[in-house]
Design a protein around this ligand. Structure first.
Ligand SMILES: C[S@@+](CC[C@H](N)C(=O)[O-])C[C@H]1O[C@@H](n2cnc3c(N)ncnc32)[C@H](O)[C@@H]1O
Length: 275
């Protein structure tokens, strides 16, 4: 199956308009590989036929399926360990001192994919901060893809997924076998609130966050979209909050409101003019 240039251009505009994801011409192969199953499931013979259908009904469920299929959902437990170590060793101990009166803490995992990132945070809090049991802790996890949010909420992972980054001790402690998969405990499932949320669009209707994980998603956007999203994150982040980005991402030359702070072995970002 090979997508025509006109069909790929249509997909590229649709995806950019609905998600901000900027596909490049050399990624036509990606549209082919990811949209062929969508076309087949809709009873259509090719990606070009799928696009012809979309041209007739551009705002239906099929368009949403196409956009979701074009997202990259690569993730793993304890991915690039640095931010989780910084969270445990520096950010949380300090936040627990600062929030000792209110005993509330909110962590937002933006673009959480299938849930490994927020569940890693939940495990880390459970393992290393038993004192937080008496606090009101919210871990809010969001993603554009409703399919990913559904998967994440279910908390079921394949053998391959639990083999990636999850220490055996935590697998045994927090997961049970469910056929060929692994089911995360109800306690950890209840610890995370999953919601579908598009980072492109209105200011997110979220509680003010003490920590934001916005990792490995800015890389998919063009510069104006990155700027707009960082502006929204600023409006959600508490004045003394901390932002973690992916290893290939930065706020530098994008948003003057943030400063880079070395925490542990890696960078994190804080709002300028506070602390
Ligand atoms: C590569 S995953 C990153 C997952 C996790 N943060 C990590 O670092 O392992 C990127 C995620 O961004 C989501 N995404 C892409 N565009 C988005 C948007 N406009 N709003 C919210 N999420 C988006 C995708 O659905 C995908 O699950």
């Amino acid at each position: 199956m090979t997508v025509s240039t006109a069909a790929f251009d249509y997909v590229r505009d649709l995806v950019a308009g609905r998600s901000g994801i900027a596909l490049e011409s050399r990624q036509a192969y990606l549209a082919d590989a990811r949209l062929a199953p969508v076309a087949r499931a809709a009873g259509l013979g090719s990606v070009d036929d799928l696009v012809a259908r979309l041209r007739i009904a551009p705002s239906g469920g099929l368009a949403t399926q196409v956009v979701e299929a074009m997202t990259t959902n690569e993730t793993s437990f304890f991915r690039d360990i640095g931010p989780f170590e910084a969270l445990a060793q520096e950010v949380l101990p300090e936040l627990m001192r600062r929030r000792a009166q209110t005993r509330t803490l909110t962590i937002w995992s933006a673009a959480c994919s299938s849930g490994q990132e927020p569940y890693t945070i939940a495990m880390l809090l459970h393992e290393r901060f038993p004192a937080l049991a008496g606090w009101r802790v919210r871990i809010v996890a969001t993603d554009l893809s409703s399919q990913m949010v559904e998967r994440a909420r279910a908390g079921r992972f394949s053998q391959l997924e639990v083999n990636r980054g999850l220490p055996a001790r935590l697998l045994v402690k927090h997961f049970t076998r469910a056929g060929t998969q692994w089911q995360i405990s109800d306690d950890l499932r209840r610890a995370v609130e999953f919601r579908q949320l598009n980072l492109v669009g209105d200011r997110p209707p979220l509680p003010a966050a003490d920590v934001v994980f916005l990792r490995n998603v800015l890389i998919y956007f063009a510069t104006p979209t990155k700027r707009a999203i960082l502006g929204k994150v600023r409006s959600v982040l508490r004045p003394d909050g901390t932002l973690f980005l992916g290893g290939a991402e930065t706020t530098l030359n994008l948003d003057d409101g943030f400063k880079r702070v070395q925490l542990g072995h890696g960078p994190s970002y804080r709002l300028k003019g506070v602390r």
